[in-house]
Structures are given as C-alpha cells and as structure tokens.
Design a protein around this ligand. Sequence first.
Ligand SMILES: NC(=O)c1ccc[n+]([C@@H]2O[C@H](COP(=O)([O-])OP(=O)(O)OC[C@H]3O[C@@H](n4cnc5c(N)ncnc54)[C@H](OP(=O)(O)O)[C@@H]3O)[C@@H](O)[C@H]2O)c1
Length: 254
Amino acid sequence: MTTFENKSELKGKRALVTGGSRGIGAAVVRGLLDAGAEVLTTARSTTTAAPEGAAFVTADVRTPAGVEALASAAREVLGEVDILVHNVGGAEPYKDALAIPDEGWRDALDLNYLASVRLDSLLAPGMRERRSGAIVHVSSAAVLTPIGPFLHYVAAKAALEYYSRGLALELAPHGVRVNAVSPGRTATPGGEATRELWARLDAAPGHGDVTAPPLGREGRPEDIAEAVLFLVSERASWLTGRNLIVDGGEYPMG
Ligand SMILES: NC(=O)c1ccc[n+]([C@@H]2O[C@H](COP(=O)([O-])OP(=O)(O)OC[C@H]3O[C@@H](n4cnc5c(N)ncnc54)[C@H](OP(=O)(O)O)[C@@H]3O)[C@@H](O)[C@H]2O)c1
C-alpha cells in the first residue's frame, strides 16, 4: 500500500520500530521493508503477527527493564540501529481531567514519553558515534486540542514533541536527525477502541462525537507511514526538529 518508487532507497539500513504488530506501526514496518531496510519490530503479545519479512521480539516498553531488553535484542538482531521509529503509544480516556488518577498520569508518561526517552538514551549514542541515524517519535494531533478526558495522554505527547525538538538540536551536529509525526484520527485497532471508550463515557451530549476531517475520511495507517518513511529517508536530509502533522486537514492552525 505504500508508494515508494525506489524499492531500494533504504537498502542496508537497519530499523527498529516499536509496536509494529498492527495499526500505524505495522504500516511503517511494511513501508520500511518495501524500501529495502532490515526491520526488527516489537509488541507485548505474539497474538497479532508482525508483517512478514520483519524480525519480531516481544517487549513491554513501559518499564526501563523492558526498554533495556529491547535495546539488547536490537543489538543482537540488527547489530547497529540506523532508523528508530517510536510508534508505541495510547491511553484510555477518563470522564474529565480531574478524574485522571495518579496512576493514569504515570502510565501515560511511561508509555507515551519515557519509553522513547529511555530507548533513545540506549540507541542514539551509537548513531552519534557513527555520525548517522534518523529517529522519528510518533506523537498525536490531539496535542492541538488538550481536552480533559485525554489530558494525561496529550500532556505526555506534548512532552515528547518538546523533547524531540531538543534532542534534534543536540544531535544535529553529529549527523543524526530527529523528527516527530503527529497523526490525526487514523483507522487502527487502538484508535477505534479508544474512540469507542470515549463515546461511551458518561459526559455531556455530543461528547465523543466526531465528524470527518476536511479531506472527508479518517486516516489510513499507510497515510501516517508515508510521513514516517519520508522523514527517515535521505529525501528529508535537511529536516530535523520538526513535527509533521498528518490529519486530513483537521487542525489547520497546527
Ligand atoms: N490511531 C489513531 O487515531 C492515532 C491518532 C493519533 C496518534 N496516534 C498514535 O499513533 C501510534 C500508533 O497508534 P495505533 O492506533 O496504530 O495503535 P494500536 O493499533 O493500538 O497498535 C499499537 C501497537 O503497539 C503495541 N504496544 C502497545 N503497548 C505496548 C507496550 N507497552 N510495549 C510494546 N508494544 C506495545 C501493540 O501491540 P501489543 O498490544 O501486543 O503490545 C501494537 O503493536 C501511538 O503512539 C498513538 O498514540 C494514533
């Protein structure tokens, strides 16, 4: 489904994608494979298979130990990592911001922010030494509307975006690029499940209702993957510290 013209554009590149067993992560994995990269991906369970052709390890990136195990597996399977795509993320909505318990805030930070920080701290030094590498952090266009039920998630993603820009500045002189991609509403198992939960919350009428973005449809995982694939390719060699919002026109001021 991805539209790479040059099938060997990423030949010789070794890529790690977190959360590649379904949804956006799986589309990124397929796109990287199509472009000739060697790919390792990860998820907590093995019930949904990773795309054919990718290596797979189970890992839970919510804890420092889980991230360390993943970095070790990456070194074992890939040797070095040239492309790192932090795709894992998500959160269950609460009734409103004040209903979010301490645990909800901490879980959201671990999954949507600290997992990336921790994995970067283990794998980006190798990129810096080799003076080559591309990192993409998957955030969310929801950062542009910080609504209460998702404030834990949105605040964690906002931290991720800010961190991503700072890391980009630090690594730019060393030949490593760091960017973010912020999807709008995208048709994935995780996205659908979250929106169903939101619609069922006991809140004001209309709460959780969604209209189609200006381009008339929800995003497909491949729409988001295209942006990630562009950012990790040489075509984006003069792009770093940016956040590409891919939302069908939903947030024109983003
Ligand atoms: N879909 C949307 O509408 C939308 C909108 C804005 C932003 N995003 C962002 O886009 C990214 C991907 O979203 P998606 O909708 O494609 O998600 P998804 O359908 O829920 O898929 C998530 C992937 O991550 C894995 N995963 C989840 N928790 C994990 C953990 N703790 N450790 C390791 N792997 C884990 C899942 O497998 P297991 O469950 O087996 O672990 C699965 O492979 C997320 O960062 C999300 O916040 C999505």
